[in-house]
Design a protein around this ligand. Structure first.
Ligand SMILES: [Mg+2]
Length: 367
């Protein structure tokens, strides 16, 4: 099997809530997502999706996905897409860094491996653990009472885990955490995700002010060292996200006992191959995981479901059904949330078929 063509489509994903706000006043109204198609001489086509959380979250931006594909694509023509180790080594040799650019190609090649072998991706990644995957709902940063109302409303839809977007004014964030915890049942899990938005002294004030509450703290500060200092001054369960961009940081954080849960995002790590490697390392070391991506639509959600469903349940903290946040359906066959859970498809590959009328014309092509 040989890759003969790599192409991409650009699709806009407007938000059901109109906008998504997080730390430092950052927000997105319409996500800019890239659908990557990898075609083979045998006629099979695999699909992937990459959707940065705007240009100011991780070192990634939407037009960068397309520019990177133009740079990287010519190095991959005639490779066998089923040889994912070979493919990833070639991508890393041809383009230093830029993991998010490589993610869409890697996901599309997993889709192809599944289609070629007649197996769902989750089967190829270790098999299916449990019936379904538990989801969290991200609560966009607005006024404390309004956030608490949204938490209650999403809980009524079946979610039991919630990620509050904090990282704003610390006094308001304390109110946000208290108001949200107040509307939850004891068994519900609440995460306060500051997305690097607090300085170290602000983070110290917030964790002390909510010391009596059952709440997880996620990525309070910009640097790893600041987060570690906060971690060492709190008994709250602690999650690292933005700082953990590969195995080196994962091992360092494990050695420092810097986190209880890690947030693994497929495009942050460079695709399903590297996310699975990190997942397997975490599973071996007993680190619980949130398994997700930066953002996306149906194809991203399908990729998340396969990686998450093939992860041992005891270490699977949460995942995200991004396709339920946006107004556009870009593929058939993607998981649909049921009472706060989703399942990976049983169909070969990712189990999705893009809606070509939605994803629009080809915006770049490499032959
Ligand atoms: Mg996070």
């Amino acid at each position: 099997m040989k890759i003969t063509r790599i192409s991409a489509h650009r699709v806009e994903l407007p938000l059901i809530e109109g906008a998504y706000h997080w730390s430092g006043g950052k927000s997105v109204n319409v996500f800019d997502s890239t659908i990557v198609a990898v075609e083979t001489a045998e006629g099979l086509v695999g699909y992937g999706e990459v959707c940065p959380l705007g240009p100011f979250y991780l070192p990634a931006y939407a037009e960068g996905v397309r520019a990177g594909l133009r740079e990287l694509g010519p190095h991959l023509i005639r490779l066998d897409p089923r040889e994912l180790g070979v493919l990833n080594q070639r991508m890393d040799a041809a383009l230093k860094g830029h993991p998010y650019v490589k993610s869409g190609i890697d996901i599309a090649c997993w889709d192809l491996l599944g289609k070629a072998s007649g197996l769902p991706v989750c089967m190829l990644m270790g098999g299916r653990f449990g019936e379904s995957v538990r989801l969290y709902r991200a609560i966009s940063q607005i006024a404390p009472d309004a956030m608490a109302e949204n938490v209650a409303s999403y809980r009524d839809q079946g979610y039991t885990r919630f990620q509050l977007k904090v990282g704003g004014d610390p006094d308001t964030d304390i109110q946000r955490i208290r108001a949200a915890r107040d509307v939850l049942r004891p068994s519900d899990r609440l995460v306060a995700d500051a997305n690097t938005g607090w300085t170290q002294h602000e983070a110290q004030r917030v964790v002390r002010a909510v010391a009596d509450l059952d709440v997880y703290i996620e990525q309070p500060c910009l640097t790893y060292e600041e987060c570690l200092a906060v971690r060492r001054n709190t008994t709250h369960p602690f999650i690292l996200d933005e700082n953990i961009d590969g195995l080196e940081m994962l091992f360092r954080a494990k050695a420092d006992l810097a986190m209880d849960v890690v947030n693994l995002k497929i495009s942050k790590l460079g695709g399903l191959t590297k996310a699975r490697q990190a997942r397997d390392v975490c599973a071996s070391m007993g680190i619980a995981m949130t398994i997700e991506d930066s953002w996306g639509g149906d194809i991203t959600t399908a990729a998340i479901a396969h990686l998450a469903h093939s992860t041992p349940e005891t270490l699977r903290f949460t995942s995200t059904d991004f396709n339920s946040y946006v107004t556009v359906c870009n593929a058939d066959g993607a998981p649909k949330r049921e009472h706060g859970f989703m399942k990976a498809s049983d169909a070969p590959g990712l189990g999705i078929t893009p809606h070509f009328d939605v994803i629009g014309p080809v915006v770049l092509e490499v032959l």
